[in-house]
Design a protein around this ligand. Structure first.
Ligand SMILES: Cc1ncc(COP(=O)(O)O)c(C=O)c1O
Length: 403
């Protein structure tokens, strides 16, 4: 979520003024913003709350954006995106998942956020239901509700390492279901769904004319040498899938705001028109930077992965030493979602932890109504800072009486 100086608490209260579209009430005050706003008023805060890579973007990517600006690439591109980027993406995906894809299967958006916005709001409507895992990334549910659609939550459980049970998803599908949202590796849990889960859901959804919207922004942050089961590698055709990703996490380009959506050519044609009436086109020089990222080899991603994998291992050890936190071994992204003792409210714990120790985490309830009993910890910060944070967290947790 973008940083802003606006007081969102006040802004949210204002949205109850009858002048505003009541649909805006579907947008809650984000738990992340509440924590980060409070942290900004405190000294010596350690952030375990960060949702973007903490390393600089590769030099050749930054150079490509600068060169594009200097070469006068400051106008609009074609509405679907810069042809060179569409071409590069089609080649990259075709090679990665061994399936033929054309540039016409892609739409370049302003970050994955715009692609999520287009996909969810194009499918959501009164009387329609969209299935979401709980917890999931906080953007999805409000966008569905803003269009009058409803959310059907499928609970994820810590004891199953937040794996999604495909049978529960299939059992939730009915004639009002318009779509299922998948996000693997997951924000906030770091869980990677195995191929069998993805295949079972994609197959059943296609059979019932339901779309699978797959948010794959962390598709390169997969640890332990595993192969990533993308929806694109698990579907027989693209008729019922929309796959979303971006450069934000893979190349540390979050502020450059370039993402995309992969779908059937028919769906892309429909969404192109919507995109033209939403953001027109994505940022032109940064689309050139995207071409350089895709064509620039895997050195940056490999070294980032190695670093995150080390941090993940250290975090798993530290959480295991912390009374009151139950952890597990996340397989992707840069988050862990340890649970608290039963009945304990993560909101209360996160606020007190921040005020009393200066460590900023995100309360679980930010990611779903059924997920209040947890904290999201991001390890997108150095091992030294993670260790320093736990030197504060462990003694604080030892003093808590959660009974
Ligand atoms: C699961 C997930 N999807 C989408 C996004 C947004 O990505 P982008 O910066 O490409 O808009 C994020 C950012 O935190 C995310 O965690």
């Amino acid at each position: 979520m973008a940083d802003t100086e606006i007081d969102l608490d006040l802004d949210f209260d204002d949205s109850q003024d009858p002048i505003w579209n009541p649909a805006l009430l579907a947008i809650p005050m984000p738990g992340i913003r509440r924590m980060v706003n409070l942290a900004a008023t405190l000294d010596d805060v350690i952030h375990l709350s960060i949702g973007q890579p903490d390393m600089p973007a590769p030099a050749h990517v930054v150079d490509a954006a600068t060169e594009a600006l200097q070469a006068g690439q400051t106008g609009y591109t074609m509405d679907a995106g810069l042809p060179e980027l569409l071409e590069a993406l089609a080649e990259y995906y075709a090679e990665r998942y061994h399936r033929p894809l054309d540039p016409e299967n892609f739409l370049i958006t302003t970050g994955a956020t715009e692609a999520i916005y287009l996909a969810l709001t194009a499918l959501s409507a009164p009387g329609r239901e969209i299935i979401l895992p709980d917890p999931s990334f906080m953007l999805y549910a409000p966008l569905i509700r803003m269009q009058g659609g409803s959310v059907y939550n499928v609970p994820l459980r810590q004891e199953n390492r937040y794996q999604l049970d495909p049978d529960e998803v299939i059992a939730a599908m009915d004639r009002n279901t318009a779509a299922v949202v998948l996000n693997s590796p997951s924000n906030p849990t770091g869980t990677v769904y195995p191929r069998e889960t993805v295949e079972a859901i994609v197959e059943e959804a296609a059979y019932r004319n339901i779309h699978v919207i797959s948010d794959e922004v962390y598709d390169h942050l997969i640890y332990d040498g595993k192969t990533y089961p993308s929806v694109l590698g698990c579907c027989s055709d693209l008729d019922h899938v929309m796959v979303i990703s971006s450069f934000s996490k893979t190349y540390s380009m979050a502020g450059m705001r370039v993402g995309w959506l992969v779908a059937s050519q028919g769906a892309i044609r429909k969404l192109r028109r919507y995109h033209m009436f939403t953001t027109t086109v994505a940022n032109t020089p940064c689309q050139w930077a995207g071409v350089a990222a895709l064509r620039g080899g895997s050195e940056f991603v490999d070294s980032m992965l190695e670093e995150y994998s080390r941090r993940r291992d250290r975090l798993v050890e530290l959480v295991a030493q912390t009374p009151g936190l139950r952890g597990y071994r996340p397989e992707g992204a840069f988050y862990m979602f340890p649970s608290l003792p039963e009945g304990v409210d993560g909101n209360d714990v996160a606020l007190r932890l921040l005020r009393e120790t200066g460590v900023c985490t995100i309360p679980g309830g930010t990611f779903g109504e059924g997920s209040t009993n947890a904290l999201r910890i991001s390890y997108s910060t150095s091992i030294d800072r993670i260790e320093e944070a736990f030197e504060r967290i462990i003694p604080w947790m030892e003093k808590q009486d959660f009974t």
